[in-house]
Design a protein around this ligand. Sequence first.
Ligand SMILES: NC(=O)c1ccc[n+]([C@@H]2O[C@H](COP(=O)([O-])OP(=O)(O)OC[C@H]3O[C@@H](n4cnc5c(N)ncnc54)[C@H](O)[C@@H]3O)[C@@H](O)[C@H]2O)c1
Length: 428
Amino acid sequence: MGQPQAPEGAGTGATGVTGAAGAGTATAAPAAAGPSASRPPLRVGMVGYAFMGAAHSQGWRTAGRVFDLPLDPVLAVICGRDGDAVRTAAGRHGWAAAETDWRVLVARDDIDLVDICTPGDSHAEIALAALAAGKHVLCEKPLANTVAEAEAMTRAADAAALRGQLAMVGFNYRRVPATALARRMVAEGRLGRLRHVRVTYLQDWLVDPAAPLTWRLRKELAGSGALGDLGAHIVDLAQYLTGEHLAGVSALTETFVRQRPLPGGAAPGRPAAPGDGSTGEVTVDDAAVFTGRFPSGALASFEATRYATGRKNALRIEVNGEHGSLAFDLERLNELSYHDATEPGTHAGFRRILVTEPDHPYLDAWWPPGHGLGYEHTFVHQARDLVHAIAAGQAPEPSFADGLQVQRVLAAVEESAEKNAVYTAITP
Ligand SMILES: NC(=O)c1ccc[n+]([C@@H]2O[C@H](COP(=O)([O-])OP(=O)(O)OC[C@H]3O[C@@H](n4cnc5c(N)ncnc54)[C@H](O)[C@@H]3O)[C@@H](O)[C@H]2O)c1
C-alpha cells in the first residue's frame, strides 16, 4: 500500500499532544483491529450502532489496513441501549466489547476516543462528558441541535485541546477524493475569483405520507429536518470548497406533511402500538431552500429536501469562477467535471476528470487507476485523517468550531425562514 499523503483533515493548530489521551492500559486487540502490534493503539469507544455506527465501524476497521497509520485504531467498545442488539452489533461490526450506557463507556479508562453516532439530542451531553473524561472525540454532524449546545461543545473542545485532546465533527463529504481535489483546485486559484456556488442535496424517502414519524422528524431529537440533516452537509461542503464562511442567508422552509403515523413504541411515554392508526406532528422542516452571500461577493444557492421524487442521495455542487468551473455529483463520486475557461472557445468545454489517480487525494493507498471508490470510503478517510491529526498533535478539521459555524448558518436559515426570507446575517 502507498504512503499516506499529508493528512487532508489535519489543520495547523498544533496542540503539542503526541499519541492518545486515555490513561488506562490497552485492552487485548480484537481480531478486527489494525494489523500492526508495533504501533500504539488508539482505542475507540463508539456510541450508536445503526446507520452511522455501521459506517464508522467500517472506517475504523479498514483505515489501518489500507493506510500506513501512526496509531492502530482498535474497535474496543460499542455502546447502545439495548443489550442484545448492541452485542449483536459488536459481533457484526467487529467490536471487542459492548456497553449499554454511554456514561459507563465514557468513564472507562481503556478508551482513548469517543465516537458519537447518535441522534443530535445526545451529541452535546456525550461530547462534553467525553472531553471532561480526557478522551478525544469524533462527533457526527450536525454538531448539535442548537447554537448554544454547539458553543458549549466548542468551548469544551478548545479547553481540552490545551490538555492534548482533539475533537472533530464528521462532515464526511469533505473526504470524497473528488471533493478534496476540487478544494485543492480552488485553493490553487484555477477558478480565479469565484462568482457562484450552486448546491443541492436531494432525497425522496419522505414522499410517502404514510412513512412513520421517526426521530428525524421530531425537533426535540433532530434539531431540524432536511436543513440540519442534508443542509448541514452542503453548507459545510460549500464553505470547504470556497474556503470562505457565508456572510448571510435568505431562506424558505416548508413542512409538506404535518401529521405522520407514530412508529410503535417510539414516542416518549407511549406504549408500543404499531398500526393502531395514531399519528403525531412533524415538528421539523421537510425542505429548505436558501440563497447566501460570501464575503468575496460570490453568490450561493442551496436546496435540501427529502421530497425530490426519484432522487436518492443526490448531492451536487457546482462552483463557477472567472477562469473556470468545477462540478461534482455524489451519485458519480469518482468523477469531477472541470471547465478551463482560459482555453480557446473552439475546443473548451467541461471535461471529466476520473479521480482515481495515485496523485489524487487519498488514492495512493487504494486500487489501480479506474477501479473506483464508494460512499463507505469517506469514513475510512475520516478515520485516517483523525488518526494522523491525533498522532501529530494537530487540530483536526472540521473542528468543533467549524461545526459551530455551520450551526450558526442553520440558525440563520431558520430565522430568515420565520421572517419569510428576510436576509439574515450570520454571526461571525
Ligand atoms: N455523515 C453522514 O453522512 C450521516 C448520515 C446519516 C446520519 N448522520 C448523522 O449521524 C447521527 C446518527 O444518525 P444515524 O443515521 O446513524 O441514526 P440511526 O437512527 O440509524 O442510529 C442512531 C443510533 O443511536 C442510538 N442511540 C440513540 N440515542 C442513544 C442514547 N441516548 N444512547 C445510546 N445510543 C443511542 C440508537 O440506538 C441507534 O443505534 C446523526 O447525528 C445524523 O445526523 C450522518
